[in-house]
Design a binder for this molecule. Structure first.
Ligand code: MGD
Ligand code: MGD
Ligand code: SF4
Ligand code: MO
Length: 751
């Protein structure tokens, strides 16, 4: 392993935010010389209060992992070999050029992965990268995750990136569906120390109700837990809405003048009575009515549906019903209900309600005609776009921080398609199941070599918060911003040797121009030269961040607002600065064309026909339904190369209820074959009373026993890849989201 230089050789504690999940815990990282010797929770971090999970405490192991790439790899004579940065960029230019010439730009796809959202430079440079790719083939983890929520946010209140966040610190009643924050630490809600916050919720007399086909770690800590048949939450939520109307419990409150479509919703849910949905969902009618009343009667209540609600066949419709419930009970934008964040890097919308609205389907996928949602194509359609002959077939890829050969559905099919690519550039930290197919791998710097600010997740946070961390170590290679900039320049055809400063300057100029544009609400006398002079000494990403901070709603406006914040202020407060809880922002924040909450957008109403049809003729199959699960020591398809996180017995097992085990002749610890429309895997059975009968569970992201990966620890704890079983032929057609929960499977014993 090549040594790292430290910025400072004295033993030192550095404070920064953990970049591994949405919880954004504050860390205290102890460094001696070149080594991270200890990582603890930062007790003085006002947001996380010292909370840390086992993943965060292994950031040192990740930084020092000998398998983590430190030099670019270039394929020569079939082998990935170390190369210089100049050679790597030259190889990219030489590899992509002929593909573009012969097949055009539409033969390129850009794939964006989860870790991008946790790092500052990627969050800032992903837009210019997408622009430089000049293709509509853009895919991301969003369509194997939360695209239904983007869709519903976009259509109902006009901003696809504004999420309804349960105000967990003030709520009296939290109805949680398809989420397991005891393992995940929360998603589309940034609230470090979820366990502590749930405890406080119950201590102050609030109730937590969990709806999940598995009695999860979270369900065990709830006041009530109800099993639900996977994929059927939409029917159950519609029955709650139906009950609100039936029992005259609709009470929109303050925002009532800004809500349109209530009567249409009443008609849409009319057939969804608690009795009618009971056999589908597995929840009896009286319980459903009781839950509707409890929600309506709570002083402040929140409906929070997450991963298990979005990654199902009716994901969009499910997210829609959850939003409707929050609005009809007057809980939208109410303290203790669901609210929206006000990150300090943005300005506050104090304008009149109304905006440009939100559109879907502005273009369609080439092979199956799936509508674009959020300018993205569905992950589940990637394989067919790579395989199907004709103009526009995907022949070249740029991937950033993603492992689709493990994280997208029908992963075996995708694996084969990856092997057939003409040219593939990966920006990653490992040679893994996906990147082993690459022609060039650009290694991302370690998180500890980069500036730290949770730009994206602060926009989902239950409090407004700012925390900045300087790089702890000098990077061995170029900065992440420089790598992005050089990739942008190569993709634009400006050559492998072009100066990354070109892109840094463009980005800053654009940001400043946007700020000073009177059409976009410039309200001060700030001048361009003054801004540029104030930012002069900073790194490219610091400049962009400081500009946002200083002109955000808490900013110092470059001195015009004394006491306001800035990057400099955050540097003086290394544990972070708290700016308070979520604040009521509606109706001003409405960005729909009408300036109203549009409860019945055409796109969702049209999709409701699918839900209606399923109500009329439910699935008759009596096989098993497969769901996933997360574990506190795992992180999607990676972090399995970190010994302390994978040691002990294998967690990649098939959980199954004892009755089902009996029925299929399976004993605890025996080997089973699990088969779906898409594929089959062999995996150990773990019998568990926590499973709903008829439902089995397998975690995702495993399956590290393939040729060509360079992850020694992970290969020893291989597990099986659950996405071999996920079917890419079904998806939530409203949002393009993949179906990763509720997959019909057959399970049999292996002799
Ligand atoms: N069946 C099933 N499938 C799922 C899920 C599920 O629950 N079940 N979950 C889905 C969800 S929610 C998500 S978000 C997706 C995630 O799927 P992906 O977006 O593919 O992300 P990860 O699986 O987290 O893989 C992260 C990749 O980034 C690399 N990496 C790690 N850190 C860095 C870094 O700092 N820089 C760079 N450049 N690369 C880095 C890793 O080596 C790895 O290749 O998976 C989805 N797939
Ligand atoms: N330790 C750890 N933390 C993580 C991650 C990780 O891989 N490991 N990944 C991160 C990422 S990228 C994300 S997106 C978040 C996700 O975080 P969460 O949204 O909390 O998702 P999960 O932990 O997958 O929990 C989903 C729950 O839905 C249940 N479920 C499955 N199908 C259904 C259904 O049809 N209806 C209902 N009601 N429930 C259902 C499952 O049993 C499971 O308990 O976690 C993040 N945090
Ligand atoms: S909960 Fe998430 S942010 Fe906190 S230490 Fe664990 S991985 Fe890091
Ligand atoms: Mo995710």
């Amino acid at each position: 392993m090549s040594p790292v230089k430290t910025v400072n050789a004295e033993p030192q504690i550095h404070y920064r935010t953990c970049p591994l999940c949405e919880a954004t815990c504050g860390l205290a990282i102890e460094v001696e010389g070149d080594r991270v010797v200890r990582v603890r929770g930062d007790r003085e971090d006002p947001f996380s209060g010292g909370f840390i999970c086992p993943k965060g405490s292994t950031l040192g192991e990740l930084h020092h992992d000998p398998d983590r790439l430190r030099k670019p790899l270039v394929r020569r004579n079939g082998q990935l070999e170390e190369a210089t940065w100049d050679e790597a960029f030259a190889a990219i230019a030489a590899g992509l050029g002929p593909v573009f010439e012969e097949h055009g730009r539409e033969s390129l796809a850009l794939l964006l992965g989860n870790p991008i959202t946790h790092h500052l430079a990627p969050a800032l440079y992903v837009v210019p990268l997408a622009r430089a790719c000049a293709t509509r083939n853009i895919y991301s983890a969003s369509t194997v995750d939360q695209m239904p929520q983007h869709l519903v946010s976009g259509l109902l209140w006009g901003d696809a990136n504004v999420f309804p966040i349960p105000d967990i610190d003030r709520t009296d009643h939290l109805l949680m569906l398809g989420a397991n924050p005891m393992a995940s630490n929360g998603s589309l809600i940034t609230a470090p120390d979820f366990p502590g916050r749930m405890k406080k919720l119950r201590k102050r007399g609030g109730r937590l109700v969990v709806i999940d086909p598995r009695r999860t770690e979270t369900a065990l800590r709830a006041d009530e837990h109800l099993f639900i048949t996977p994929g059927t939450d939409v029917f159950w939520l519609a029955a709650l809405v139906q009950t609100l109307f039936e029992e005259d419990l609709v009470s929109i409150g303050r925002l009532a003048p800004f809500v349109e479509g209530v009567d249409e919703i009443r008609e849409l849910v009319r057939p969804f009575t608690p009795e009618r949905v009971a056999p589908l969902c597995g929840i009896d009618a009286e319980t459903t009515r009781h839950q509707a009343r409890a929600l309506a009667e709570a002083a402040a209540g929140a409906v929070y549906g997450r991963f298990g609600n979005h990654t199902v066949e009716f994901g969009g419709a499910t997210a829609w019903m959850a939003a409707i419930l929050n609005i009809l009970t007057g809980n939208f934008d109410r303290p203790g209900g669901v609210m929206t964040s006000s990150p300090i890097t943005s300005r506050v919308d104090d304008a009149e309600p109304g905006g440009r609205g939100y559109r879907v389907g502005r273009w369609k996928s080439r092979v199956s005609g799936h509508p674009e949602v959020n300018s993205e194509m569905p992950a589940a359609s990637l394989a067919e776009e790579m395989e199907t002959e004709g103009k526009g077939r995907i022949r070249a890829l740029v991937t950033v921080a993603t492992n689709p050969v493990r994280s997208y559905p029908n992963s075996e099919r995708l694996d084969k398609a990856f092997a057939e690519l003409d040219f593939f550039v990966a920006f990653d930290i490992y040679v893994n199941e996906t990147t082993r197919h690459a022609d060039v791998i650009l290694p991302a710097p370690s998180a500890l070599e980069e500036e730290s600010y949770e730009l994206i997740f602060m926009a989902n946070a239950v409090r407004s918060f700012g925390k900045f961390g300087k790089p702890i170590f000098d990077g061995e290679g170029p900065s992440e911003a420089d790598i992005f900039a050089r990739l942008v320049l190569v993709l634009r055809g400006e050559g492998a040797a072009a100066d990354p400063a070109i892109v840094h300057d463009e980005l800053l100029n654009e940001a400043v121009e946007r700020l000073l544009d009177p059409e976009r609400g410039q309200t001060t006398d700030l001048g361009r030269d003054e801004i540029m002079a104030a930012l002069k000494e900073l790194s490219p990403v610091e400049k962009l961040l400081d500009l946002k901070l200083r002109t955000g709603w808490q900013g110092d406006l470059f001195g015009r607002r004394p006491g306001g914040t800035s990057l400099g202020k955050l540097v003086e407060h290394p544990h972070g600065v708290d700016f308070g809880p979520m604040i009521e922002r509606y109706p001003a924040r409405l960005k729909t064309e009408s300036g109203q909450f549009e409860l019945t957008p055409e796109h969702l109403v049209a999709d409701w026909a699918r839900v209606r049809a399923r109500l009329e003729s439910p699935d008759a199959a009596d096989g098993l339904l497969l769901i996933g699960r997360r574990h506190i020591r795992s992180n999607n398809s990676w972090m399995h190369n970190i010994e302390p996180l994978v040691s002990g017995r294998s967690r990649c097992t098939l959980l199954m209820h004892p009755e089902d085990a009996l029925r299929y002749g399976l004993a605890n610890g025996s080997l089973s074959e699990v088969r779906s429309r898409a594929g089959a895997v062999r995996v150990e059975v773990e019998i568990s009373e926590a499973m709903m009968p008829g439902v089995v569970s397998l975690p995702h992201g495993w399956g590290h026993d393939v040729d060509g990966i360079r992850m020694n620890v992970a290969a020893e704890h291989a597990g099986v890849g659950s996405n071999i079983l996920a079917d890419d032929r079904v998806m939530d057609s409203a949002s393009g989201n993949a179906v990763l929960n509720g997959i019909p499977v057959e399970v049999s014993a292996i002799a």
